[in-house]
Write a protein that binds this ligand. Structure first.
Ligand code: FAD
Length: 316
């Protein structure tokens, strides 16, 4: 319900414009977004590295519509890799293929993804492909397979809510790839994805078992304590060494669990989003948890009280 309401709100331009204008100025967007510039993201990443967490930089943005825009994004992804290297940070980057022209030219998209992976490999750094809406799943897999064959450190996100994912994971197994297991963040119809949280969780638990069976480098990406417990139990039972898997969480979410996982000696990578187009991402994070909306409302109220303090002469 709330999720749908926040999705609906996110389509109201006056609201998103107001949020976009105030979010960084008043700081509340920084809870989930490292900032608007690469420098902001690097500063946040340094802080996370100091706490022994590696990072994955994610430049927020929407689908592009022209080859020129796709090339510009590809260049900015390459600059992110070079900046990580220059700053000697422990991290990689996450990319979205729709930012590289997946909507209109699969060949161009693959060529640009390959160039980015080549830049990363030249610097000894991996590139992880996010998984987007179901309309892109098959094309994303095709591009991933081609790029990963050449650059084996390339990773891919797989979504537990899709009916097809268990088969996709088997299809990818022969590549021994890095796979990031997520629940799935898009609204998909029942024909392609399970609809109930309990079913998503059930799929997720099964896929944890598969990804930890030795054929993959799994990244268990969740803030769900039950999923994390299950993964840690399998890791213990199968005696899997810490260098054979990692956990991943999102910047600003469940920092208590982040500290706990790291404290137990597991590898932890934090997904660090940044960029001027942070508003849709921010709205998605709000929709995932009612308390996040209260947090923003509290900030907006505090801001308006600061700019219009109640009059001391008020008779009431
Ligand atoms: C590193 C990383 C990369 C991702 N990449 C992708 C991708 O490529 N494609 C894709 O579709 N999805 C991606 N996702 C998003 C994912 O699909 C889920 O939407 C998101 O992680 C929430 O699911 P959850 O596993 O945390 O479990 P949930 O069941 O949603 O949440 C479990 C608990 O986590 C906490 N929590 C979850 N979200 C929030 C929040 N916003 N604010 C505060 N607390 C919260 C709450 O305590 C909640 O009870 C990624 C997630 C992570 C962690």
């Amino acid at each position: 319900m709330l999720r749908n309401f926040v999705f609906w709100l996110s389509s109201k331009k006056t609201l998103t414009d107001a949020l976009a204008e105030r979010g960084m100025r008043y700081g509340f967007a920084r809870r989930f977004v490292a900032g608007e510039t690469l420098e902001d993201a690097l500063a946040a990443s340094k802080e996370l590295n100091r706490e022994s967490r590696s990072i994955s930089l994610n430049h927020l943005g929407e689908n592009v519509a022209t080859a020129i825009d796709a090339r510009t994004v590809a260049e900015s992804y390459a600059s992110m890799l070079r900046a990580l290297d220059r700053e000697k940070l422990d991290g990689n980057i996450s990319i979205k293929l729709t930012q590289l022209g997946l909507d209109f030219d699969e060949g161009l998209c693959q060529a640009l993804a390959r160039e980015i992976a080549a830049t990363g490999a030249g610097l000894g750094r991996g590139v992880e492909m996010d998984m987007e809406g179901a309309a892109y799943t098959e094309k994303t897999l095709r591009i991933f397979e081609a790029v990963q064959r050449e650059f084996p450190v390339t990773g891919l996100a797989v979504q537990a809510y899709l009916h097809r994912t268990a088969d996709d994971v088997e299809r990818l197994a022969r590549l021994k790839p890095k796979l990031r297991l997520v629940k799935g963040a898009y609204r998909e119809p029942a024909s392609v994805a399970v609809q109930k949280k309990s079913q998503v969780d059930e799929n997720y638990l099964k896929l944890i078992g598969t990804l930890l069976d030795g054929r993959f480098f799994p990244a268990i990406a969740t803030h769900d304590a039950a999923m994390l417990d299950h993964a840690r139990q399998i890791i213990r039972e199968r005696n899997i060494p810490a260098e054979k898997y990692e956990f991943q969480m999102i910047y600003g979410i469940r920092r208590d669990l982040q500290a706990q996982i790291r404290g137990e000696g597991h590898g932890l990578r934090i997904y660090v989003p940044f960029g001027t187009e942070w508003c849709p991402y921010f709205m998605r994070r709000l929709s995932e948890r009612p308390a996040n909306c209260l947090f923003v409302i509290r900030n907006l109220v505090a801001e308006s009280v600061k700019s219009h303090p109640p009059s001391a002469a008020s008779p009431h």
